[in-house]
Design a protein. Structure first.
Length: 188
């Protein structure tokens, strides 16, 4: 449920995610994992967005994955095979706090090969940038906030001000679902 919600947000608000992860608001379109196939890609949390110059891969994780670094190296090579001229940025976004070494891993290393990627632990991120973009509002409650309830109320206030009722409804539902990640984490 959290994966599909994050995927929906990244696809629906790709320019917000581009601003956050790439530092510039560029228009991105979805790239189907089937375009990269050699053998089936595990696509449960894989989001590939592209522009003419760059492919942005975002992986949302609630749990650490010991195979994540290998998967990212594999995806990078598949994208290179299909689009050798395009730059690629790969980001793993961890939604719930963990002390696992895997949430700090930013490279795949084997003899003679090294592949680097970015790992973002939302619980370490400042809250304000997430309150400044409609598409990132649902993630705000997962950031480094001292008062999650107040952050959720703030996000709800911003969501209420969205003029498009459909967008407002989708963002509100997404915020509710992601707030459930906190409940799941604190109960577990």
């Amino acid at each position: 449920m959290f994966d599909s919600t994050c995927k929906f947000l990244a696809e629906s608000f790709s320019s917000d995610f581009a601003s956050w992860l790439l530092g510039e608001s560029i228009s991105l379109t979805e790239l189907s994992p089937t375009e990269l196939s050699l053998e089936p890609i595990r696509a449960d949390s894989l989001i590939l967005l592209q522009s003419d110059e760059i492919v942005l891969q975002i992986e949302f994780q609630t749990e650490p994955d010991p195979n994540m670094a290998f998967r990212l190296a594999d995806y990078r090579l598949r994208v290179y095979r299909r689009f050798p001229q395009k730059e690629m940025k790969q980001v793993v976004v961890y939604l719930t706090p963990s002390t696992s070494q895997y949430v700090y891993q930013t490279a795949f290393d084997i003899p003679e090969t090294r592949h680097e990627f970015e790992a973002i632990r939302l619980w370490e991120q400042p809250t304000q940038p997430f309150l400044d973009s409609i598409g990132l509002l649902p993630l705000a409650v997962l950031t480094n906030t001292s008062d999650q309830a107040q952050t959720l109320r703030q996000a709800a206030g911003f969501i209420d001000a969205v003029p498009n009722v459909r967008v407002q409804s989708n963002v509100a539902a997404s915020a509710g679902i992601l707030a459930g990640a906190i409940r799941s984490y604190t109960k577990g």
